[in-house]
Write a protein that binds this ligand. Structure first.
Ligand code: SAH
Ligand code: SF4
Ligand code: F3S
Length: 444
């Protein structure tokens, strides 16, 4: 007689924050396969709920506790339900979370989630484990491997993690630790595996992805440009992107790569945060506004159609109206395809948190003015695409019959009418119109 096969347990993961958390959530789901878990998108059905959290701004961190409040009734109804906190709030607050939220069964930081299966077993045995180490071992190599499921056409691949830059406002160096680059061979192996499973576009991830300096198979230290060049040789992989970059790590070979490697898409997320030299200095960004503008010029010299996006913080302590106007001036000078704008949020433990904050009304006013400027640029960039022919990697069916949706080379969402292509097809499309956050087009 064979032992009865137990039904798989269900894991619900809610992901906050950046793309690296998206990648990490996928890895955690695979790892939990070793404990007999499959994922569910319904929290009510779950045997375990994992919140993969973000600590970047106060609002992001507070979301965790309000979500835990909403999960409480599920735990009351099902005492067997286990609730885990992963990600950057877990790293920053550790055991404090257990004190503040009795519903939480385990806390795991971003560098130790390969230990999650053991931790879940310990939690089932009645413990409340906390692991926020920065271990020596490579978590990616230690992750239990689940079945090789087929994949959609796009995927993230973490190549670098952590940050040594210590911008005065930012928690990432504390939550993700020092900059570590994964070795080239492991990345090539993972990339080939993803391509075999259907991936056509890879976005290489790192908190400072362009600071990548991984050990190559030849024993030399490889740059991101060299890694991209090697990945571009993988047959069946059609597009490569990378994010997020720091202006000071935009090396000559990476700039050149934008002109030389066809598979490297003409889109770059290059945060600058402010256009004021005084504020940049106070932020510890270690470059001037002028340096950023020269960098953009050099990039556009090799790739004139490069689409740029950025991150901006308004209301950094000490930012005057004149400083803010310099930010508006920089935005006008660059011309962004899109950009993320944030109100400064004081984060415990960061140097800037010691400085007096500006009134919230000032932050709101600056945020709205900056957003209006960027929205205009985004609209203009989209409208400039109308009439042009672009490549679109089809991702999924659209809402209308016969319609398919995908992304252009410049990362615009494109709705293609009467489209016979399947997810994973890379097709040529004529852009026929521009809507609020997407383009419309016709397959050629
Ligand atoms: N590693 C990336 C992204 C860091 S977090 C980088 O260096 O660009 C993403 C963005 O959040 C930052 O670029 C910044 O604009 C914003 N951010 C970080 N800390 C913040 C804070 N304390 N308040 C407001 N915005 C913040
Ligand atoms: Fe944070 Fe600055 Fe590092 Fe980016 S470069 S993760 S903003 S400290
Ligand atoms: Fe947030 Fe951590 Fe990413 S703080 S932005 S989840 S690195």
């Amino acid at each position: 007689m064979t032992a009865p096969v137990s039904a798989p347990k269900k894991l619900f993961i809610k992901t906050y924050g950046c793309q690296m958390n998206v990648y990490d959530s996928e890895r955690m789901a695979e790892a939990m396969g070793a404990n007999g878990y499959v994922t569910t998108d319904r929290a009510e059905d779950a045997d375990m709920i994992l919140l993969n959290t973000c600590h970047i701004r106060e609002k992001a961190a507070e979301k965790v506790y309000s979500e835990l409040g909403r999960l409480r009734p599920l735990k009351d109804a099902n005492p067997e339900l286990k609730i885990g906190i992963a990600g950057c709030v877990a790293q920053a607050e550790g055991a404090e979370i257990l004190r503040r939220a009795p519903v939480v069964d385990l806390v795991v930081g971003p560098q130790t989630y390969h230990r999650l299966p053991e931790m879940e077993a310990a939690a089932r045995a009645g413990a409340r484990p906390v692991d926020t180490d920065f271990p020596e071992e490579d978590k990616f190599e230690r992750l239990p491997k689940g079945p090789r499921a087929s994949r959609g056409p796009t995927a993230f691949l973490t190549v670098q993690e952590g940050c040594d830059k210590f911008c005065a406002f930012c928690v990432v160096p504390y939550t993700r630790g020092a900059e570590v680059s994964r070795p080239v061979e492991r990345l090539l192996r993972e990339a080939r595996d993803l391509v075999e499973r259907g991936v056509r576009e890879l976005t290489l991830l790192g908190q400072n992805v362009n600071g990548y300096h991984g050990l190559g198979p030849d024993g030399a230290v490889w740059s991101l440009a060299r890694l991209v060049q090697e990945l571009a040789g993988i047959e069946g992989l059609w597009r490569i992107r990378y994010t997020t970059s720091h202006p000071n790590d935009m090396s000559d070979d990476l700039i050149a790569a934008h002109g030389e490697i066809d598979k490297l898409m003409p889109y770059l997320h290059l945060p600058v945060q402010s256009g004021s030299d005084k504020v940049l200095k106070a932020m510890n960004r270690k470059h001037r506004a002028e340096d950023y503008l020269r960098l953009i010029e050099r990039l556009r010299a090799v790739r004139p159609d490069l689409a740029l996006s950025g991150d901006f913080i308004v209301g950094f302590p000490g930012e005057t109206e004149a400083d803010f106007e310099e930010t508006l001036g920089l935005v006008r000078a660059v011309g962004y395809h899109s950009a993320f704008t944030f109100k400064y949020s004081a984060r415990p433990g960061t140097p800037a948190a010691e400085r007096p904050v500006l009134p919230d009304s000032v932050l709101d006013d600056r945020l709205h003015r900056l957003q209006a400027l960027i929205a205009g640029q985004q609209r203009a960039a989209q409208e400039a695409m109308v009439g042009r022919e672009v490549g679109v990697l089809i991702e999924k069916p659209g809402r209308m019959a016969g319609q398919m949706v995908g992304k252009s080379d410049h990362l615009h969402a494109v709705h293609v009418a009467d489209c016979e292509a399947k997810p994973g097809d890379l097709i040529r499309v004529r852009i026929t119109g521009s809507a609020a956050n997407s383009l419309a087009g016709r397959a050629l």
